[in-house]
Design a protein around this ligand. Sequence first.
Ligand SMILES: [Zn+2]
Length: 530
Amino acid sequence: MQGACVLLLLGLWLQLSLGLIPVEEKDPAFWNRQAAQALDVAKKLQPIQRAAKNVILFLGDGMGVSTVTATRILKGQMAGKPGPETPLAMDQFPYLALSKTYNVDRQVPDSAGTATAYLCGVKGNYRTIGVSAAARYNQCNTTRGNEVTSVMNRAKKAGKSVGVVTTTRVQHASPAGAYAHTVNRNWYSDADLSSDAQRNGCQDIAKQLVYNMDIDVILGGGRKYMFPEGTPDPEYPNDVNQNGVRKDKRNLVQEWQAKHQGAQYVWNRTALLQAASDSNVTHLMGLFEPADMKYNVQQDHTKDPTLEEMTEAALQVLSRNPQGFYLFVEGGRIDHGHHDSKAYMALTEAVMFDNAIAKANELTSELDTLILVTADHSHVFSFGGYTLRGTSIFGLAPSKASDSKSYTSILYGNGPGYTLRGGSRPDVNDSTSEDPSYRQQAAVPLASETHGGEDVAVFARGPQAHLMHGVQEETFVAHLMAFAGCVEPYTDCNLLASAGVSNAVHLAASPPSLALLAGAMLLLLAPTLY
Ligand SMILES: [Zn+2]
């Protein structure tokens, strides 16, 4: 087995070292024709001037522009192409802007303060969620009076169905921005509250998930924050570390179910797919892990749904409302892969995120559904080194560094990939750099690689998508969603209602995802298809 693996990697190296170039690209007519076609498409672009019946926000946590490009190359290579020329689903959206991600108090932001910006439309401080910058981190008594309301909350008030889907715990900073107000993003359950927070009546995020507003669809991880301390986890009953953690002994899942006649709770893929296709289910909560969901490449796909499957399930339930819906979908673990300096994890998560975008694009019409795709912030992730065309995105630069050793195209500015010992760094070869658990090298040692401070992209399609232009504050994302959906403070948006095309689309459950297979086949396919 190991011998076969070595042979395979050798084959991969030989193929990729050649840097094969598609032959038609050597002909100027190829580029002239392609650009003329793109120009033709651009000239025919027509803004969709009506209101958006449905709004979907896709948030790739930590998906900076360098991550988008690397993901494009990876996804292209997974499909047997050289890579950089093959567009992502998000690349095909017609409108684009840059978003300035800083927090009020930090030049390089975190996912909490940014969530307040793009979900509520007001910039906040680092590590605080759903509160203005008048609220101070960890000071419970600065919460009250400084709450800001999410577009999701306003959409619910306007009669739309609403949902939150994420690959992290549903109480994590990004999804929490849609429903919670807290001065500390780590207050997941009451067990995490400081004594000051308890004394001053601050509520944990899990409790706010159930009581702040009525959310129709909640899908992701985060079971343990919902159940009384000591409650065994249904998936890991013998692992006490996965038990419920609530000190107040409340069963928040049961309390949530009791609020709605048609509310259903599921904790595995099979039950999710069943519930989503059952028209008696009006409210759906699916929590698939005790905390964050597993990386896609580490999931057991018979037990855990992919982000694409969760997105489709959410759309099935939400699209039954004739007044439309608001859906937030987060590819939350792109960020975690980067923090851990394991680019393979970050980029495979980003490919899955793009697959979920493709699914939503397919299941909704651009005539009535605004879809925005963005990130909360970037990472200090880069790829360079003049790699040959067709080189694996995880591969090596073709020349040696000044220390006569090889180096990978992907590098991190800082993080756990720091390996300098006694003035020298380890050499790297193709087989180590292609290992999914390989940590790319970093210039500065840190336990966790940091976010990056540069702008992120916002891709847009659908009604009012043309307003997504130029360089904007991150808050503009929330305001555009509110305006397009004609919800507060834009109820007098003066836009004609959309024709309701998406509702006619039959949202049937799709066959089991081949995503894992696709991920695993990456190395296998690459040498044969070039
Ligand atoms: Zn992060």
